[in-house]
Design a protein around this ligand. Structure first.
Ligand code: ATP
Ligand code: MG
Length: 402
């Protein structure tokens, strides 16, 4: 019965002069997401809303609607969306449609509950329309009452289980009966590209999600230590990267074997500084890949104080390994907050699979919580071919198009 999907956005709507750029980006993203299935959808913008229709204007099938819902629930930049019925802006047409749909919509609700709390919400952007929003609501309430067992309906403006939505516009009107959540934020692609240091833990996938949400396309860089880490380590990362990538289009995974670097650190440097040295090496490899593939920032799942390598002192030492901007969206979060987001977005389950991480290879029993750049640089100078090792690891990155 639905012949359109109404999409709402919020943060873009309060943008100033460059609002059009954000809207264009959002529409392009929706277009690409919906193209995947080969169905001919049309994406349009009409005064602060985005519309999806089929090009032949026919109703969506159940499968098509399920596909569109899934795609839009992962589209950054959108606040919410509603499957909708698009009709002529004439009160008699609107009333006839509400009369026709009311029994259909209510059947599902009545099957589950004796009394259903409902409300009608009308908006009129066509100021020439003869009825104001309040009058439209009153007229439609009467239509609903006349077309169902009204003893089983209770008007509740604050806690309605069912909202009959009606928007009257110049060009057409729409009716809708549910509002589905989208993740909000800004459309991916309206900001610069970041390279995420992605581990199999909980934090870095959340960091990727949060950065995409601010409009940055994210690509992924992950380190393994084959043969000291098993194949499952990289399999897990591929699964997580592919999952995160469902929130954007494109995106590549760069897989690097860190083991030659780790061996050099093991052989020449003090054990207590290994994790700090690994992290600085990771940032430098990230910087080399970013320079080649056009990333403007690196991205990590660090959170202040979480582990020894994340004290302010050590983070400061690690940061000095690169001149690039390093984004750390989880910096002020505690673990429970990260877990809550990971659970909500669906990455928690993937992160919970237990496989060894590259960082624990040759890891010290006692990691330093204090360091200085001078001290760590002196450790790095003990590795004669430091730069060559870093360059070679970056050069040998395996690249997977997701
Ligand atoms: P956890 O959720 O267990 O804390 P984590 O991914 O945050 O996992 P940390 O040891 O806290 O692991 O590492 C801090 C950051 O360093 C990670 O968020 C990630 O950005 C980066 N990192 C760690 N290990 C790797 C790895 N093997 N490959 C790429 N990046 C890594
Ligand atoms: Mg962490």
């Amino acid at each position: 019965m639905y012949n359109a999907v109404l999409c709402r956005y919020h943060e873009i709507a309060i943008k100033g002069n460059n609002r059009h750029m954000f809207e264009r980006c959002l529409m392009d993203n929706i277009h690409v997401l919906l193209k995947k299935d080969g169905i001919d959808f049309d994406v349009k913008r009409v005064r602060g809303r985005v519309w999806i229709e089929k090009r032949d204007l026919s109703d969506f099938t159940e499968n098509e609607l399920a596909f569109v819902k899934k795609a839009l629930s992962r589209t950054f930049g959108l606040e919410s969306f509603s499957p909708a019925v698009k009709i002529k802006s004439e009160m008699s047409v609107i009333e006839a449609k509400v009369a026709e749909l009311t029994p259909l919509i209510l059947a599902d609700y009545f099957a589950k509950k004796e009394v259903v709390k409902f409300r009608i919400r009308a908006r009129r952007s066509d100021k020439e329309f003869p009825l104001c929003s309040k009058d439209i609501e009153i007229a439609l309430a009467k239509v609903v009452a006349d077309n169902c067992d009204s003893s089983r309906l209770k008007v509740d403006l604050d806690h309605a289980e069912l909202t009959f939505g009606c928007e009257v516009r110049d060009e057409f009107s729409i009716l809708f009966f549910e509002e589905c959540k989208s993740p909000g934020g800004l459309p991916v692609g309206c900001n610069g590209k970041a390279l995420a240091l992605l581990s199999g833990g909980i934090d870095s996938p959340v960091a990727c999600y949060m950065t995409m949400k601010r409009g940055c396309p994210v690509e992924y860089l992950s380190f393994h230590s084959t043969p000291y880490t098993p194949l499952e380590t990289t399999d897990k990362i591929k699964t997580i990267a592919a999952f995160l990538n469902t929130y954007q289009r494109g995106g590549r995974l760069f897989l690097c074997n860190l083991v030659e670097f780790q061996k050099a650190v093991r052989d020449f440097c003090q054990p207590r500084y290994r994790t700090i040295l690994y992290r600085r090496g990771m940032l430098r490899i990230g910087e080399a890949i970013a320079a080649k593939y056009g990333h403007l920032a690196l991205l990590t799942g660090d959170s202040v104080g979480q582990v020894a390598s994340q004290t302010i002192e050590n983070m400061s030492t690690i940061d000095r390994a690169t001149n690039m901007l390093v984004l750390r969206p989880l910096v002020g979060m505690d673990k429970n907050e990260a877990i809550r987001i990971a659970t909500a977005i669906g990455s928690m389950e993937l992160s919970s699979v237990q496989v060894p991480d590259s960082c624990i290879v040759f890891s010290p029993s006692q990691a330093a919580t204090h360091s200085t750049v001078e001290l760590i640089e002196a450790e790095e100078q003990k590795i004669a071919n430091y730069s060559e090792i870093i360059a070679e690891i970056a050069e040998n990155a395996e690249i997977f198009q997701l």
